[in-house]
Design a protein around this ligand. Structure first.
Ligand SMILES: *[C@@H]1O[C@H](CO)[C@@H](O)[C@H](O)[C@H]1NC(C)=O
Ligand SMILES: *[C@@H]1O[C@H](CO)[C@@H](O)[C@H](O)[C@H]1NC(C)=O
Ligand SMILES: *[C@@H]1O[C@H](CO)[C@@H](O)[C@H](O)[C@H]1NC(C)=O
Ligand SMILES: *[C@@H]1O[C@H](CO)[C@@H](O)[C@H](O)[C@H]1NC(C)=O
Ligand SMILES: *[C@@H]1O[C@H](CO)[C@@H](O)[C@H](O)[C@H]1NC(C)=O
Ligand SMILES: *[C@@H]1O[C@H](CO)[C@@H](O)[C@H](O)[C@H]1NC(C)=O
Ligand SMILES: *[C@@H]1O[C@H](CO)[C@@H](O)[C@H](O)[C@H]1NC(C)=O
Ligand SMILES: *[C@@H]1O[C@H](CO)[C@@H](O)[C@H](O)[C@H]1NC(C)=O
Ligand SMILES: *[C@@H]1O[C@H](CO)[C@@H](O)[C@H](O)[C@H]1NC(C)=O
Length: 224
């Protein structure tokens, strides 16, 4: 019994060390003066009262990673309920993407040449200001402008500012017919002017994608 337990503990430590040595830590902090229900894929979700943090370990090589915040949520004791923005199928611990509008932090770790790729995207609209900062000496990206206060009328929804693709679902706004015919629009220019570092439409890569040497950790701050 004791031997089995020691072995389990040994295996647990071994697994933790392998994962820990190659994982990136994301320290997610809520500096808003309201509660944010943070969500991450992979990772799940937690409630963050003002000034609370969530430390998330993300495996080496993760692609398609995203972190976002949800607002005005109510969940029961088993973590079922709903949020005004960013809701992920009515659960506290997300395993699906959030409902727009939601400001997105996106990343892929240890890709080509072991580089991390990261960005902030407004392609699913905006709900909470956010900043993403590598702990290595690489660019920090931020979208903290007053987008809710100046959101074009047609894009306004309670708690957020939608992207035109979500509202109008046209090939032009959604870039669903490829690069040709996919360019900035008056709506995307509104987002770009407010947050020059963030994706304002799906193919806005040139000014919106950032890289850092793999191995960096990251800080994510809501309401930086
Ligand atoms: C991630 O894994 C790759 C191989 O898959 C390795 O080359 C790289 O050093 C690892 N990076 C970190 C930070 O552990
Ligand atoms: C995360 O960041 C907060 C705010 O800077 C800090 O207080 C906390 O110690 C950090 N947590 C970890 C695990 O690094
Ligand atoms: C939160 O901060 C905003 C702007 O900084 C302010 O207008 C608002 O009154 C504050 N709300 C609370 C509940 O403190
Ligand atoms: C959060 O912490 C900062 C300093 O770390 C403090 O100035 C601020 O009042 C705190 N905010 C809340 C809502 O507790
Ligand atoms: C929580 O909500 C879910 C979904 O509405 C429901 O199925 C479940 O019974 C609720 N649990 C409690 C403890 O209220
Ligand atoms: C996602 O969460 C739901 C609700 O908790 C659960 O029923 C489902 O199996 C989960 N899906 C995956 C892929 O983990
Ligand atoms: C960070 O990088 C910049 C630009 O590459 C460089 O000018 C600066 O000296 C670096 N700072 C540190 C502390 O390494
Ligand atoms: C969201 O909740 C805050 C309090 O946390 C409240 O002031 C605000 O009116 C709510 N927003 C909406 C659209 O219900
Ligand atoms: C958007 O339009 C396409 C066809 O143009 C349709 O297949 C798709 O279901 C629509 N999406 C939504 C969310 O309505």
């Amino acid at each position: 019994m004791a031997a089995t337990k020691s072995l389990s503990i040994f295996l647990l430590i071994a697994v933790t060390c392998v994962a820990g040595g190659q994982a990136a830590n994301f320290n997610i902090t809520n500096r808003c003066n309201y509660t944010v229900w943070a969500a991450a894929l992979p990772g799940g979700g937690v409630r963050l009262n003002p000034n609370e943090s969530w430390s998330l370990s993300v495996a080496n090589g993760t692609t398609g990673g995203r972190i976002w915040g949800r607002t005005n949520c109510t969940f029961n004791s088993t973590g079922h309920g709903k949020c005004l923005t960013g809701d992920c199928d009515g659960v506290l611990v997300c395993n699906k993407t959030g409902t727009p509008p939601n400001t997105l932090v996106e990343f892929a770790l240890n890709q080509y040449n072991n580089l991390d790729f990261y960005d902030i995207s407004l392609v699913d609209g905006f709900n909470i200001p956010v900043q993403l900062s590598p702990t290595y000496n690489c660019s920090s990206v931020k979208c903290a402008a007053d987008i809710l206060g100046e959101c074009p009328t047609q894009l306004q929804v309670p708690g957020g500012c939608n992207n035109p693709c979500t509202v109008f679902n046209t090939t032009q706004y959604c870039c669903t017919s490829g690069v040709a015919g996919c360019g900035p629009t008056d709506y995307s220019r509104f987002f770009k002017e407010k947050c020059p570092d963030a994706y304002s439409y799906p193919m806005d890569d040139a000014t919106s994608t950032f890289t850092c040497m793999g191995g960096s950790d990251y800080r994510v701050v809501f309401c930086p």
